[in-house]
Design a protein around this ligand. Sequence first.
Ligand SMILES: [Fe+2]
Ligand SMILES: [Fe+2]
Length: 163
Amino acid sequence: MMTKKMEQAINDQMQKEFYSSYLYLSMSAYCYENNLKGFGHWMKLQSQEETSHGMKFYEYMIARGNRVLLEPIEQPPHAFKSLTEVIQKSLEHEKKVTALLHRLYELTMKEKDYASQGILQWYINEQVEEEATVNEILQKLKLISDKSSAILYLDKEMGKRAP
Ligand SMILES: [Fe+2]
Ligand SMILES: [Fe+2]
């Protein structure tokens, strides 16, 4: 069992993962609405991945004999100016999540919770990959600016993502 302080902090982080899922689902809807099926598909899978991140904490809490407390999930943004803004917002969001995970890791050190350090290391590594992926998409979008043929090509590429 982990300390009450750790329990609260992990429940908070679990909420962030479920919020991430909600955010990406909202972004996915925006993409579909704007006829960007590939991006819509990519964002939908990203949303599912975030749900699995939330569930990983859920399972972990149960395994440790701690209390899962599901916190309210706020409404994610739904009006975006452009596709580039969507991707920019994803990157900003991922950076925020990374910072929160680092803070959580610091808490495990203070609380001497070695088991939680193991699982958090996994999340931290996952963030490196996610930030890199989103950044790569953003750089591509900047490169092609608003050349519609290039956007259509990229949209097709995004549609190839497998779960
Ligand atoms: Fe995540
Ligand atoms: Fe993420």
